[in-house]
Design a protein around this ligand. Structure first.
Ligand code: HEM
Length: 401
């Protein structure tokens, strides 16, 4: 390793980092915005400008790092470069376009109100386990064309992958769960190739790329990315929003009094909590960034949570300003891999905040019983118990679960 490379003191699995990632990122931005982390075996990129450069230069920084570094089944689209990335991503666009939020609105309303109907008479619940997890899972599985009554088996391994310790029995269980999911997707795709329905998986199973049906293994890889991308991030964001509103009654009251603020507030929550904190890349050729020489094949960790707190771009970056404008955050990534599910994600998080404030406006988070993921990548919560004044269910249509 060349001696001249700047070393960065940012071990993303160390207790110091996990206790306060934002603090660690702030120090890194001030002292060493691009540096080599010996503990992580990768370059760490921390300022907004440098993050922007890496994510925009897909010819230099490959996304295949996700496949090369990951022990689970390959996550296609996310872990691919052009030209194949472009061809596969094109198949997803029509299913996740801006119009999708409107198309999904009645289903989303039904799932969300149905889940809340079960909770509101009780006056207490675990809002992550009983609402934050199932709601996005139901919406995404419905869109993809996978069985909503099995939502837990599709969602849980995706959550556990983020919080289980590498090498632990819990991680092994999560990986076995991912293999089950891959098997289910394969079987469904094979059936839909013969007998298509009106869903994303049927579209993928019957799509032709360069005149050929795409291999069923690739349909599995693409669908795994959509399900994984869809079920974990929105849940994580929602849990952080509830904790913030619990600690900041003025913000809670402002959103109750003026729900038209929820879309802008949603963007600010995305910026501040950045559910996927660090993205992964790998140098395709020798290159240079911020005066550092990066060698071909080296991994580059792109810290979008750090970019989203860069004071050069976001004044008072550590504060949550519900009507912050402009707010060009990087929480959905940037460049060709920018989140294709962002329209669905925005619709889901806005609806979840609105319904929670309508139906449990005085919720109180029991923070000392809440459990954080505790890993470096996703900023999420495993459990979040709350109490609130009970109310009557509205009698929404029965849920499929
Ligand atoms: C708050 C919610 C969400 C956040 C913060 C989020 C974040 C991200 C980020 C940062 C990326 C870029 C990764 C990279 O460049 O390495 C990404 C990609 C992706 N996301 Fe999301 N996501 C969210 C919700 C969703 C939803 C609901 C879906 C599906 C319905 C989804 C599907 C995907 C897919 C398929 C990709 C890969 C796109 C590509 O590589 O071209 N995401 N997401």
């Amino acid at each position: 390793m060349p001696e001249s490379r700047r070393q960065i003191d940012l071990a993303t699995r160390s207790p110091e980092f996990l206790r306060s990632p934002l603090h660690a990122f702030a120090r890194a931005r001030a002292e060493c915005p691009v540096g080599w982390s010996q503990a992580d075996g990768s370059w760490m990129v921390c300022t907004y400008d440098d993050v922007y450069q890496v994510l925009r230069q897909h010819e230099t920084y490959s996304s295949e790092s996700y496949v090369n570094r990951n022990e689970g089944p390959p996550l296609l689209v996310l872990g691919q470069d052009p030209p194949i990335h472009t061809k596969y991503r094109r198949l997803l666009n029509p299913w996740l376009s801006p119009g999708i939020a409107e198309r999904l609105a009645p289903k989303m309303e039904e799932y969300s109100q149905g889940l809340l109907d079960r909770l509101v008479p009780r006056g207490e619940c675990d809002i992550v386990i009983e609402y934050g997890n199932p709601f996005p899972a139901l919406v995404v599985l419905d869109l993809v064309g996978l069985p909503t009554n099995e939502w837990e088996r599709f969602a849980e391994p995706n959550h556990a992958l983020q919080y289980a310790k590498p090498g632990s029995p819990q991680m092994e269980e999560a990986q076995t769960g991912m293999m089950w999911i891959a098997g289910q997707i394969y079987e469904t795709a094979a059936k839909r190739r013969e007998d298509p329905a009106d869903d994303l998986i049927s579209d993928l199973a019957t799509a032709r790329v360069d005149g050929e049906l795409i291999p069923l293994e690739d349909v599995v890889g693409i669908t795994l990315t959509v399900v994984g991308g869809g079920v974990d991030t929105t849940t994580s964001l929602y849990a952080n929003v509830l904790i913030h509103l619990n600690r900041n009654p003025d913000d809670r009251q402002r959103l109750i009094d003026d729900p038209s603020l929820i879309p802008t507030a949603g963007e600010e929550f995305l910026r501040h909590f950045t559910p996927a904190q660090i993205l992964s890349r790998q140098a395709i050729s020798d290159t240079e960034l911020a005066g550092q020489s990066i060698a071909k094949g080296e991994y580059v960790d792109v810290c979008i949570a750090s970019a989203n707190h860069d004071e050069q771009v976001f004044p008072a970056a550590d504060e949550i300003i519900l009507d912050r404008f402009p707010n060009r955050h990087a929480a959905f990534g940037l460049g060709i891999h920018r989140c294709v599910g962002s329209n669905v994600a925005r619709a889901m998080i806005q609806l979840m905040i609105r319904h929670t404030l309508e139906r449990m406006p005085d919720f109180d988070v029991i923070e000392d019983q809440a459990q954080h993921y505790g890993g470096p990548i996703v900023n999420g919560w495993i459990t979040l118990p709350i109490r609130f004044t009970p109310s009557r269910p509205r009698g929404t249509a029965p849920l499929p679960v």
